[in-house]
Design a protein around this ligand. Structure first.
Ligand code: TRP
Length: 376
């Protein structure tokens, strides 16, 4: 294992290159199905870590893509940690923006959506020093070449144009590994684009135990974390038919009012064919609205299309607007109450940070013990 040509031991089980292949994706999908079946029976076997970068407000794409799935998993009885990854904000930008407001806005949306702070630990990355300290030993377990070819880093790089890459961006997979491993999470709900970074997390965990955990090989310090490919995650497009994202200004934020939502939906792109159909390939914008109505009304896209029939874009928008506003009315009311009670939001975060620090310190102690760095 200690090959001097290969300081990070990349010869051992370097399967990152394979993790984006079709075969590997099918394996991950099959594994996710197995885990879904098992967690319904044995929720106590799992610990979940998931999180968000506080770069803006959550929108309905986040809600249907990840937030409601987190609530489902929490309600299934799985111990869940949610990291608000504030340090990650500065991987690709020069400042933090109005970060404190954004952090509290995230907490408000989590709670309004049904995250229960008694069961789920919500914490801010920068508040947990022991988690961040794991970066140092973990960095010794990866090479810069390996990081440069990590598809997650590559795509982030492409998205940032010609800007030079910061060291923090390059080491993105390593700090995400620290986020996951500090609490020994063995399950991470992700989209398939995140699979390579989870593979990197498994590689780091394995290398750590190969180097330092030999004393008790059957009791590794770190688990091998699985991806849980988000079941029932719906891909909602923005109002222009492109990916919904705050940088494109095409989002419906969870915190928007019913009026703002109605105005935005009125401007949504459709086409001139009055007959409404569900045809995501040929009519992506119309189908996106049909899909949004289906999700919020709990019906199939086909039923929605049939109901609007020859009502055209106008008829469709009317239906979607009412459906979306009814669906999120409860969330929005709860959110307003929460935002008005900033003391409560602070308490929730303080309590989550306290719990995260306890867990992180226990893990760091194990790491230092395995590395024989225990003195006096
Ligand atoms: N990178 C994630 C995002 O952009 C947030 C995040 C930070 C995360 N650490 C993580 C997600 C660990 C999963 C696991 O939203």
């Amino acid at each position: 294992m200690s090959n001097p040509e290969d300081p990070a031991g990349t010869d051992a089980g370097d399967d990152l290159a394979d993790s984006t292949s079709d075969a590997s994706l099918r394996r991950s999908e099959a594994r996710s199905e197995q885990i879904e079946a098992d967690l319904a029976v044995h929720p106590e076997r799992y610990r979940i870590l998931t999180g968000d970068r506080p770069t803006g407000n959550l929108h309905i794409g986040h809600y249907f893509g990840s937030l409601r799935n987190r609530v489902r998993l929490q309600d299934a009885g799985i111990d869940t940690f949610v990291v608000i990854a504030d340090y990650q904000v500065i991987t690709d930008r020069d400042g933090v923006g109005p970060i404190r407001d954004r952090v509290y806005s995230l907490v408000a949306d989590y709670l309004a959506a049904g995250i229960d702070p008694a069961r789920t630990t919500v914490f801010t990355h920068s508040s947990v020093p022991a988690l961040n300290q794991l970066m140092l030993p973990f960095l010794s377990l990866v090479t810069d070449a390996e990081l440069r070819r990590n598809p997650t880093v590559k795509s982030e790089l492409d998205a940032s144009g010609d800007r030079p890459m910061s060291g923090l961006m390059l080491t993105y997979p390593v700090h995400q590994a620290a986020d996951i491993l500090f609490c020994k999470a063995n399950l991470v709900p992700v989209g398939k684009d995140q699979l390579p970074h989870l593979e990197q997390t498994r590689v780091i965990a394995r290398r750590f135990d190969e180097r330092y955990g030999r004393a008790v090989p059957e009791a590794p310090v770190f688990p091998q974390a699985d991806a849980l490919l988000s079941r029932g995650a719906a891909n909602i497009l923005g109002l222009d038919g492109q990916k919904m994202s705050k940088s494109r200004g095409n989002t419906i934020d969870l915190g928007m009012s019913a009026d703002e939502t109605a105005k935005l939906l009125k401007r949504a792109v459709t086409d001139s064919d009055r007959r409404i159909t569900f045809d995501p390939v040929n009519r992506p914008q119309v189908s996106n609205l049909v899909n949004l109505a289906a999700l919020t009304l709990g019906r199939t896209p086909q039923e929605i299309a049939d109901e609007v029939g020859d009502g055209g874009g106008g008829g469709l928008k009317k239906l979607v607007t009412t459906a979306v506003n009814d669906y999120f009315a409860g969330h929005r009311a709860r959110r307003l109450d929460l935002v008005a009670d900033s003391g409560y939001l602070r308490d929730v975060l303080a309590d989550g940070n306290r719990r995260a620090n306890e867990v992180a310190e226990a893990t760091l102690d194990e790491v230092r013990t395995a590395m024989q760095m225990t003195y006096a």
